[in-house]
Ligand binder design. Structure first.
Ligand SMILES: C[S@@+](CC[C@H](N)C(=O)[O-])C[C@H]1O[C@@H](n2cnc3c(N)ncnc32)[C@H](O)[C@@H]1O
Length: 337
């Protein structure tokens, strides 16, 4: 998928790009109001939408028409209905729901981006509070998990299909959150023993998720700090959307530790929104700036960083492939003995 930007060789295109945050905020507001869940299976005229959502009514027609123009709603007669994509991905409770990412973007990233100039001047993150505040507050941790689940929900089937899992007997997802990616992998390949390593505060969320997924006992949780505590060994060790939270030295430390945890003949598998050496990919540059705004030293990084390090670590081969629309997967194999 390629990102499109308006024609910025014209004043109209430049102004349009400068107003793109309004389009985004319209979508984020619709998700915050849970408009798409409200309209799921029950198209409604404007007055009914106003009443269902408890809105004033002023501006509502323009708001709904903007969502039509953005392709998120459709209108037939006087009734608004969800367009196909909104109906599949923005209705709460559907397994394909990605609104968790948007809700957290609205709560956290939207405000942080307002402070981009401060981040660029100081090099300091601008989000309210740091990750220890999130981890220490179950409600905020739940919001964070919703954001991560939205990503792994899309990438799970991609990762399942991207690797040859035959001949492997275990998988460890380091920084695996509440185990959503591990659940995808083990469901598709039940011969695998699943392991998730994450901060101890994640365990109750993990336990509940495994119960709901019917995977209790098939995926095990290991609580700890990956900078201080040992990692369990596994044939395939995954580091997904983890390295971009940290600075270059910390990324190298985590890669070494994860590669050491790989059993003979296994692989370290990294996925992230990696950048080209001369990056022009709008979506991934935006995510890299997200990392500037919400972490102390994180950023997206080029594939070459992993490739070069894999040689130092002694990987027998390195394979790179796209994963989903925006991510890159790097598989670093370990020799059999
Ligand atoms: C950005 S999320 C990635 C989640 C998931 N792997 C994915 O693909 O989206 C980073 C994960 O690393 C975990 N984490 C952060 N610091 C950690 C630490 N010091 N030790 C263990 N896990 C940590 C977080 O709790 C979170 O689940």
């Amino acid at each position: 998928m390629t990102s499109t930007v308006p024609d910025v060789s014209t004043p109209a295109g430049i102004i349009r790009l400068g107003s793109a945050f309004c389009d985004a905020k319209a979508l984020l507001t619709a998700v915050e109001l849970d408009l798409f869940s409200t309209l799921c299976a029950v198209p409604a005229p404007i007055d009914e939408i106003r009443d269902r959502l408890g809105l004033h009514g002023r501006g509502l027609s323009d708001f709904l028409q903007l969502l039509v123009a953005l392709g998120l709603l459709e209108k037939s007669g006087d009734r608004y209905r969800n367009a196909a994509g909104a109906d599949q991905y923005l209705v709460r409770g559907k397994p394909s729901y990605v609104g968790g990412f948007l809700q957290q973007a609205n709560r956290n990233l939207y405000r942080a981006w307002d402070r981009l100039p401060d981040a660029l001047r100081t090099g300091k993150p601008q989000a309210v509070g740091d990750f220890s505040d999130v981890v220490g507050n179950p409600e905020r941790l739940g919001h964070f998990i919703g954001m991560m689940d939205a990503l792994t929900q899309v990438l799970g089937p991609e990762l399942v299909g991207a690797l040859d899992w035959n001949g492997q007997s275990s998988v460890l997802d380091v920084g695996g959150c509440r185990g959503n990616m591990a659940a995808h992998i083990v469901k598709a390949h039940p011969h695998l023993e699943g392991h998730v390593f994450d901060l101890p505060q994640m365990e109750p969320f993990f336990t509940e998720h495994m119960e709901n997924s019917g995977l209790t006992g098939s995926v095990l949780f290991h609580g700890g700090d990956f900078f201080r505590d040992p990692l369990p060994q596994a044939d395939v060790v995954v580091l997904g959307h983890v390295l971009h939270d940290w600075d270059r030295e910390q990324r190298a430390f985590l890669r070494r530790k994860a590669f050491d945890a790989v059993g003979p003949g296994g692989a370290l598998v990294v996925y992230d929104r990696m950048l080209d050496d001369e990056p022009t990919h709008v979506e991934n540059l935006v995510i890299s700036l997200d990392m500037l705004l919400v972490t102390d030293g994180g950023a997206e990084y080029p594939v070459s960083e992993i490739r070069d390090h894999a040689t130092v670590l002694g990987a027998s081969s390195v394979r790179v492939q796209p994963l989903g629309d925006y991510d890159t997967l790097v598989e670093c194999r370990k020799t059999v003995s």
